[in-house]
Design a protein around this ligand. Structure first.
Ligand code: G3I
Length: 357
């Protein structure tokens, strides 16, 4: 084994050993308080790197496919589905008694070339989307606890994005249609609207609120809002404001999941240890708000879990961007310890008055 692989394996053993030694994993502590702690997993390392799956199964009770359940990866052609990768992630979750979030049935991104290059009529697009949702949500009926039915329907101007092929070809009704079809396919699944930038009160959160409130008023089956929480230590995040924002979705009768958390540190200056400490505080703040949300916020997932596999370096152009909770050799970062200690504290008798979720 090469040097780095030895180090990775050793780190995983350390993490696993710590778990065995009772230092308690995120999962063990989360299970004790009935909270869902999860991460997005990529099928490549899941299949090709045993440490990846071992650590994921040890630390999380919930997983989401980073890419494998999106339209493009599932749909090589109009008449064929590629299930292998999505099935592998669901099988991994079931083998490790983990729950699954489905991501995502309808998005403007990562679509198939045959769809975006096609000249389908409105009726044909409706048929394509209906068949997709009924087939995918139907295949995983009873196996997916919550679906991001529609992802990022709002553009950066906080109105319905007109660069979505679904908006262009079907119209804004595609959103209600999607939720109704998802509910038809799996009546037991929680149905979420998922978006970025709506974590704190403001114009985008107001737009998400208006969107989901309208759906509720129309009798559309929706159960929650996913707040992606792609954030940075360079951005302010007031726990009080986050709590107020989560609370107003709760007042609609909706749940909230923090669905894709990562905390950038490379868009800030200062010594690395200081930035990692700020990152840890950000993770702690969000988890504490969820645990204190009286059952509104019931899940926190990170978008990946080791800096070795994160979308951030490619997206930000910072090769050293490290937004996640384990470093590239699976060693716990201050952010991991902050989450673990927060969950451990919540599970102590003093906090037992917290409502069971
Ligand atoms: O699978 C192909 C591979 O066959 C090909 O060789 C390679 C090079 O072209 O591309 C591979 O697909 C890439 C895919 O990730 C799988 O790795 C796509 O190019 C790449 O664009 C895609 O990026 C994903 C991104 O969504 C797409 O916008 C990221 O991994 C994924 O983390 C990210 O996740 C999104 C959420 O779904 C929604 N919220 C925002 C979040 C971050 O953008």
């Amino acid at each position: 084994m090469t040097g780095s692989r030895v180090r990775i394996a050793a780190a995983a053993l350390v993490l696993a050993g710590a778990v065995m030694a009772g230092a308690e994993s995120l999962r063990a502590n989360a299970d004790r308080v009935g909270f869902a702690i999860g991460a997005a997993v990529a099928v490549g390392p899941l299949k090709g790197e045993s440490t990846y799956g071992t650590v994921a199964a040890g630390e999380f009770n919930l997983v989401v496919a980073e890419n494998a359940m999106k339209f493009g990866p599932l749909r090589p052609s109009r008449t064929t589905f590629f299930w292998d990768d999505a099935d592998a992630i669901v099988a991994f979750a079931q083998a490790n008694r983990m729950r699954v979030r489905g991501h995502t049935l309808v998005w403007h991104n990562q679509l198939s070339a045959w769809l975006t290059g096609g000249t389908f009529t409105r009726d044909e697009m409706i048929q394509i989307l209906r068949d997709h949702i009924l087939t995918v949500a139907g295949r995983y009926r009873g196996e997916v606890m919550a679906w991001d039915v529609v992802n990022e329907a709002l553009g950066n101007n906080n109105t319905l994005r007109t660069d979505s092929i679904w908006y262009q070809r079907i119209g804004p009704e595609y959103i209600d249609m999607a939720f109704r079809w998802a509910h038809e396919a799996d009546p037991g699944a929680l149905l979420f609207y998922n978006d970025y930038g709506a974590e704190l009160p403001g114009a985008r959160s107001d737009a998400v609120y208006a969107l989901v409130h309208g759906m509720i008023q129309r009798g559309v089956p929706i159960h929650g809002v996913g707040l992606q929480m792609h954030t940075s230590i360079a951005w302010s995040l007031s726990p009080q404001s986050l709590a107020a924002n989560i609370g107003r979705f709760g007042a609609l009768g909706l749940q909230v999941h923090v669905t894709e958390m990562d905390v950038r540190i490379e868009d800030s200056t200062g010594d690395l240890q200081g930035r990692l400490a700020q990152q840890a505080s950000r993770y702690r703040d969000v988890l504490e708000v969820c645990l204190a949300s009286h059952g509104v916020c019931r899940a926190l997932l990170t978008w990946g879990f080791t800096d070795k596999y994160s979308w951030l370096p490619g997206f930000t152009g910072h090769p050293n961007e490290a937004g996640l909770i384990l470093d590239k050799t699976y060693n716990p970062k201050p952010a991991y310890l902050a989450l673990r200690d927060t969950l451990a504290l919540a599970s102590r008798p003093l906090y037992r008055h917290l409502p069971r979720r």
